[in-house]
Design a protein. Structure first.
Length: 218
């Protein structure tokens, strides 16, 4: 993980070394990121319930209709500001994020005010899963080896929710997630076939997801 100022290749801090090939690049769909990472729908529902409660409470106490309307409008304005701020942050994160899959690693470039690059070599990836949503976007979380270090706070929102002790970096809210998952699956399989890595050992254990597959996750 490191900060960087110059980007010779989109999404990468330097040119790829000889023998390494870029297979796929993508970015989060900001509208999906707003819904699933920033929960704008939940926030909108919250303010809707607050406004409804405020209106009913004012009416029950005999407040004038004009007072009720003004109070509701102030709450509505506050809700719109909060939702707008979250949507703007999701838009900025979506625009500043690039996910890259090469023949040897997964690279994440993210950060609005402080751009950062995080590399996850295939040798550190134990498995890759996939979760697809109805709008054909989805997430691909990566389960890392115990020796790999990842920070939940630094990676958020590009990390699987609620996995704090063993953070799982995640390609989040990407369009056409099935295509990206297939590319990653094939790349992991090719890497495992070319090297004696923990990926091959994991594939031999019954009852576990193979590291070269992008299986649906819960």
């Amino acid at each position: 993980m490191r900060e960087y100022d110059f980007e010779p290749v989109r999404g990468l801090p330097e040119h790829l070394p000889p023998g390494e090939e870029m297979l796929w690049q993508g970015a989060p769909r900001w509208t999906t990121l707003a819904r699933r990472a920033f929960h704008v729908g939940t926030v909108a529902l919250y303010f809707g319930l607050i406004i409804l409660w405020r209106v009913l409470a004012d009416l029950s106490t005999g407040e004038a209709l004009a007072t009720v309307v003004v109070g509701a409008l102030w709450m509505l304005l506050l809700g719109l500001v909060a939702i707008g701020a979250l949507a703007l942050l999701a838009f900025a994160m979506g625009r500043s994020t690039v996910y890259t899959i090469t023949s040897r690693r997964v690279v994440m470039r993210f950060g609005v005010a402080l751009p950062m690059i995080v590399n996850f070599p295939f040798a550190q990836i134990r498995s890759a899963q996939m979760k697809r949503y109805l709008d054909d976007t989805g997430d691909i979380p990566l389960v890392l080896a115990e020796s790999a270090r990842a920070s939940y706070l630094v990676l958020w929102p590009h990390v699987r929710p609620w996995h704090f002790t063993r953070p799982q970096p995640m390609l989040r809210a990407i369009p056409d997630v099935a295509k990206a998952a297939e590319i990653l699956s094939n790349a992991l399989a090719a890497f495992a076939a070319q090297s004696e890595s923990p990926l091959e050992q994991l594939e031999e254990r019954p009852g576990q997801h193979a590291a070269s597959s992008a299986a649906p996750s819960s």
